[in-house]
Design a protein around this ligand. Structure first.
Ligand code: NAI
Ligand code: MG
Length: 355
């Protein structure tokens, strides 16, 4: 297969981890006879330095033409003056919105070697394999904001169509997994949540009768996610609840450096990125954990290119590399830790046959 992949390295460790992920993609392309072309563009702080804008027009144009976008991370102390008019994060919000990427998928599958890095007891982590689908382009983050001298407001709005499309997305995903969906809302208090629950229940009843739907309130969900994470499979929720629950869920996996994400829409192009930031404290040292970026390209192969086998190869290779003790500094203390390049090599060396 041929595919054009746009790479947006961004800031801090972004260039280091995207380089690792591209190396893995090139290797799999070579072994499986695919032709991937890679184009690089600027985003975030790097783009502000070069052009004055966090998302230059030619970056967005290249994203619209690509089959998939791989992003590192944006931001850092250099651009974090609160008075600044342009900020790196604006580039990220703008590209998600412009590409209509309304569904943000965050799989969480804690690996046994990282159990000790998690604050949660190991027996609760055994067998956890869940995926959060967060609505990404609606809700309170995008509603009207007001500010007077003594008050402020943020408006939360959802249309039926916005809810339907993300619920359908979660249901399609659940059909490839255990056919269980947990929809999270605050329907006892919020009108948008009452609409969310009505729409979720109707879509499942009318379109996905095989799916078992559980409606859960967000406050108790926050508790259950830590107390019994193994019981969840696909969790779907609105933008702000998803933002909070995915950070909470990341603690199950032990390190931010292990968690990938995919942002998808109805259009062709998807955006893939590790969930961690630009980690300015370790940037340029060659010690960043590349596994989250590498697992993000597994999601790219699966969701944008339909290459499930290749995606599974990469996921298995990362699991085997971890199991064999190839741990970066965020996972291993002291002198036993390996650097970004050695970890990337370890993934390639652990590709299962016949990858
Ligand atoms: P961060 O995720 O960059 O770092 C948090 C901690 O985790 C740091 O100690 C860092 O060294 C460590 N860490 C993160 N990724 C790692 C990896 N791959 N390997 C090893 N250690 C890793 O979050 P922080 O420090 O809050 O933010 C730093 C900058 O990144 C800020 O400018 C922030 O706005 C930006 N950011 C960008 C995101 C994005 O581009 N999607 C997401 C989160 C933050
Ligand atoms: Mg967040």
């Amino acid at each position: 297969m041929r595919a054009d992949i746009l790479v947006l390295p961004g800031d801090g460790i972004g260039p280091e981890v995207t380089a690792a992920a591209v190396t893995v993609l090139r290797t799999i392309a070579e072994r499986r006879g695919h032709e991937f072309t890679f184009t690089e563009r600027l985003i975030g702080g790097a783009a502000i330095d070069a052009t004055g804008e966090p998302l230059p027009a030619d970056t967005l144009a290249a994203a619209k033409k690509a089959d998939a976008v791989l992003l590192g991370a944006v931001g850092g102390p250099k651009w974090s003056d609160p008075q600044a008019k342009v900020r790196p994060e604006q580039g990220l919000l703008a590209i998600r919105k412009a590409l209509g990427l309304f569904a943000n998928l965050r799989p969480v599958q804690p690996h046994p070697v990282a159990f000790s890095a998690s604050p949660i007891k190991p027996h609760l982590l055994q067998g956890v394999d869940l995926i959060v689908v967060r609505e990404l382009t609606g809700g309170i983050y995008f509603g009207e904001k007001t500010r007077t001298a003594d008050s402020a407001s943020d408006l939360c709005t959802y249309s039926v169509g916005e809810i339907e499309r993300v619920i359908r997305h979660a249901c399609h995903l659940a059909m490839t997994r255990s056919r269980r969906v947990t929809s999270v809302d605050k329907a006892n208090v919020l009108e948008t949540s009452r609409l969310w629950r009505e729409v979720a229940s109707r879509i499942v009843r009318d379109e996905f009768p095989e799916i078992e739907l559980e409606n859960q309130l967000v406050d108790s969900m926050a508790m259950h996610l830590l107390a019994r994470p193994r019981e969840y499979d696909v969790i779907v929720t609105e933008n702000m609840f998803g933002d909070i629950l995915t950070d909470e869920a990341s603690m199950l996996a032990g390190s931010l450096g292990l968690l990938p994400s995919a942002s998808l829409g109805e259009g062709r192009v998807g955006l893939y990125e590790p969930i961690h930031g630009s980690a300015p404290d370790i940037a340029g040292k060659g010690i960043a954990n590349p596994y989250a970026a590498i697992l993000s390209v597994a999601l790219l192969l699966r969701h944008s290119l339909g290459l499930d086998d290749e995606a599974n190869c990469i996921e298995q290779a990362v699991a085997s590399a971890l199991a064999a003790g190839n741990l970066t500094a965020d996972l291993a203390g002291g002198t036993s830790a390996i650097g970004t390049q050695a970890a990337t090599r370890a993934v390639i060396d652990h590709f299962p046959l016949p990858c």
